[in-house]
Design a protein around this ligand. Sequence first.
Ligand code: THU
Length: 139
Amino acid sequence: MSQGPTIDPAALLAEAHAAREQAYAPYSRFRVGAALLCRDGSVVRGCNVENVSYGLSVCAERTAIGNAVVSGQRDFVAIAVATADPSGTPPCGMCRQVLYEFAPELVVIMETQEGSEQISAAELLPKGFGPEDLAPGQE
Ligand code: THU
């Protein structure tokens, strides 16, 4: 596996803010954008997409993952998440699980008053349930 691209947190957050412009959040009015850095250096965007049946709403992090997978990417290096809150927004529990599936070492970048902070998907989901835990043949 190649080492991958250098992470530029400010640039990735800028992409996440651009993605946030597309957010569809008429119910919560809480618009979220995400920018997912892939091993090949490409950046895939996501935004939250809500639904009138509220529970069907999808977070920005998960639309970014789905958007990347459908374009052939599965090897992820970092994800930045942007909201209107200058002190940052951490990924929800469901998104933590989805990020962990593809990359426990994924660097999650959240905005802070000072700039940004980084934490891995595995740190966000301690003792996470991953693909290797689903042993075949167990019932
Ligand atoms: N949301 C995200 O898209 N990502 C997060 O990290 C936190 C929450 C969305 C879900 C919903 O559309 C809105 O923000 C309010 O919860």
